[in-house]
Design a protein around this ligand. Structure first.
Ligand code: SAH
Length: 230
């Protein structure tokens, strides 16, 4: 049975599970940005995961979304978006659309959301999900997100949902002065440091290390080579 015909009706379903997710997994673990918590309460995460794992959509875990990729654990999505400290009317760039879920959460908080996915199969599925769940305003394109989206720059926030060996220079340059980027960085393919990069002046960036994280590889010109990432 296809679910797309029911999707509009099901957008508001499972609200109790989302409230519990927000209380236990997010607020209970220190995410205290009220706007982020409200956004996480609103986005129907169960519509963004494959039907086979939809019953686990509100569990405290990443889930497979096909193409060897995953939708991040709710906590890490909320924590990363909170770290962006988005101003009102923000322009946001996300690299690694995956299921489209994090882009939808950003769309609850920002004026404009741009998202780039290198895998065309995932991008097409995300496009359909975003449209069917009321987030048709998100700008999505297929390509190498390590080069950013220069025509839409500068951004107040850049969220990178895959781990690269270093912070891509293109992304640094596409931050507005005062803007913040959250990105997992590390030479090791299995573990990274979650870095917050703030553009403090036209030619200066501050980096803060928020701790160890585990993301799928960022593959591209300013990321890992496709062969090294497997
Ligand atoms: N934010 C997603 C989770 C993404 S998983 C969600 O909410 O579901 C990371 C994604 O980054 C994968 O889909 C992978 O294909 C993609 N990716 C890896 N390198 C990329 C690059 N250089 N540009 C764009 N997408 C990339």
């Amino acid at each position: 049975m296809g679910r797309s015909a029911d999707e509009v009706a099901t957008r508001s379903e499972r609200g109790d599970e989302r409230d519990r997710m927000v209380e236990r997994q997010l607020a209970g673990r220190g995410v205290d940005d009220a706007r982020v918590l409200e956004a996480m309460r609103r986005v129907p995460r169960h519509l963004f995961v494959p039907e086979g794992v939809a019953d686990r959509a509100y569990d405290d875990t990443p889930l497979p979304i096909g193409q060897k990729q995953t939708i991040s654990q709710p906590y890490i999505v909320a924590a990363m978006i909170a770290l962006l400290e988005l101003p009102d009317g923000a322009r946001v760039l996300e690299i690694g659309t995956g299921s489209g879920y994090a882009a939808a959460v950003c769309a609850e908080l920002a004026a404009e959301v741009y998202t780039v996915e290198r895998n065309a199969v995932l991008a097409e599925r995300a496009r359909q999900t975003l449209e069917a769940s009321g987030y048709e305003g998100v700008h999505l394109r297929v390509g190498d997100g390590t080069r950013g989206w220069s025509e839409a720059a500068p951004f107040d926030g850049i969220m990178v949902a895959a781990g690269g060996p270093r912070v891509p220079g293109s992304l640094r340059e596409q931050l507005r002065v005062g803007g913040r980027m959250v990105i997992p960085v590390g030479e090791d393919l299995r573990v990274q440091r979650l870095m917050v990069v703030t553009r403090t002046h036209v030619d200066a960036w501050r980096e803060e290390d928020m701790g160890a994280v585990r993301f799928v590889p960022l593959v591209g010109e300013e990321g890992f080579a496709p062969e090294s990432a497997g």
